[in-house]
Ligand binder design. Structure first.
Ligand code: PLP
Length: 395
């Protein structure tokens, strides 16, 4: 018999995954070329060639027992060293190799951090709209996710509300920058204000509050926007990074956690994270992918391809009358539903074979998310469908 908590999860199964499956069914009926699936954040730009080259080189030249063997739960030492050096060069930081822990993507990394920090009944705060899986990840450890309401139209996190939401059970605040689903980049000024509030709260409640910085979209930014580097603004910060989006490797499950020396309880934190990686059953991040990453730390995805999609979609939808948040990063367009119930809007869009994600799944009803990590060709072909949808609401 399955657990009650799993029964709950099955009831509320991922809206995005369900849409993705629906899209496949729809394609069987009307033909794949007539379905415009904007549901999933699955990169459309292929991984850089260097990824395949590095894997082939490693398989050819390295000892297979080493390439495919177990290693320390935190990952290969030389890979962690390479990640630390790469961050230090790029951002002027002082990470040590010991402060880097290789993970099974961002999802694995977040779970490792939460397993390390949380006791049942503890609280984690996040700002809406947020990546819906956070709720499940926090519940994995019988803790509670406390959500600070969205802050339109800028969608910068409402840090002013944070102080009153912090209790003695608060262990962490999750920040996702650039943001999924809004595409907004949180400013340095916002982060500095966050730090002041956290410092005061830590003194008040007498224990650390870690900021977990979930940043799989760090390099996906447009118009020269800079993403502030978290540890420069927040002392007690644990960075969770992933190569799923930045190198188009979501199926490979590879990322890392980076903990700065200045973080509270640095040594025991690192020990806890490595143990969490083991006891959660990850044991270690995939060995071949770790070794590949060491060779590809300076590789970049084709941001220009996403930028072209972004500009075209944003301008076109605005011209049709839709209210959109201008995305500065990631690969999502956040659109205000023309009716209060965005699920009705999503249902109407489906009639035109447009698959959009209702943002109540991100804690922000009244909006929808359009993932534009799709082919430019599909976006162009979808325009008559968007026009027909606009006609329904704006005449
Ligand atoms: N965090 C955010 C904000 C995401 O958008 C995603 C994936 O879409 C993840 C975490 C999970 O990423 P990964 O594939 O690295 O586990």
């Amino acid at each position: 018999m399955i657990s009650k908590s799993m029964e709950q999860l099955m009831k509320g199964n991922s809206v995005i995954r369900a849409l993705f499956e629906e899209g496949k069914e729809m394609a069987k009926e009307v033909g794949a070329e007539n379905v415009y699936d904007f549901s999933l954040g699955n990169p459309s730009v292929p991984a850089p060639e260097a990824v395949g080259t590095a894997i082939k080189k490693i398989l050819k030249n390295e000892n297979s027992l080493y390439v495919h063997g177990y290693m320390s739960n935190a990952g290969y030492e030389e890979v962690r060293e390479a990640v630390a050096q790469n961050l230090n060069q790029r951002f002027g930081t002082d990470f040590e190799w010991e402060g880097i822990l290789m993970t099974v993507g961002a999802a694995g990394g977040l779970n490792v951090v939460l397993r390390t920090l949380l006791d049942p009944g503890d609280e984690v705060i996040c700002f809406a709209p947020f990546f819906g899986e956070y709720r499940n990840y926090v519940h994995n450890y019988q803790a509670n996710l406390v959500v600070i309401p969205p802050n339109p139209p800028s969608f910068q996190p409402n840090v002013d509300m944070l102080a009153e939401m912090i209790t003695e059970r608060t262990k962490a605040v999750i920040i996702n920058n650039p943001n999924n689903p809004t595409g907004v980049v949180y400013s340095a000024e916002t982060l500095d204000r966050l730090e002041v509030i956290l410092k005061a709260a830590e003194e008040r409640i007498g224990h650390p509050i870690y900021v977990i910085s979930d940043e799989p979209y760090r390099e996906l930014v447009y118009d020269g926007v800079e993403v502030p580097f978290m540890t420069k603004h927040i002392r007690n910060c644990i960075i969770g990074y992933s190569f799923s989006k930045s190198l188009s490797l979501p199926g490979e499950r590879i990322g890392y956690l980076a903990v700065p020396k200045a973080a509270d309880d640095y040594e025991s934190l690192l020990e806890g994270l490595a143990i969490a990686n083991r006891v959660l059953g990850f044991v270690n991040a995939p060995s071949l992918q770790q070794l590949m990453i060491r060779e590809c730390l300076n590789e970049q995805t084709d941001v220009a391809a996403y930028d072209k999609n972004r500009k075209f979609l944003y301008e076109s939808l605005k011209d049709m009358g839709f209210e959109c948040v201008k995305p500065e990063g990631a690969f999502y367009l956040f659109v205000k539903s023309p009716v209060a119930d965005e699920k009705a809007f999503v249902a109407e869009a489906k009639k035109h074979h447009l698959l959009l994600v209702p943002a109540s799944s991100f804690g922000c009803p009244g909006y929808v998310r359009i993932a534009y990590c799709v082919s430019y060709d599909m976006i162009k072909r979808s325009m008559p469908a968007f026009k027909a949808l606009a006609e329904v609401y704006f005449g």
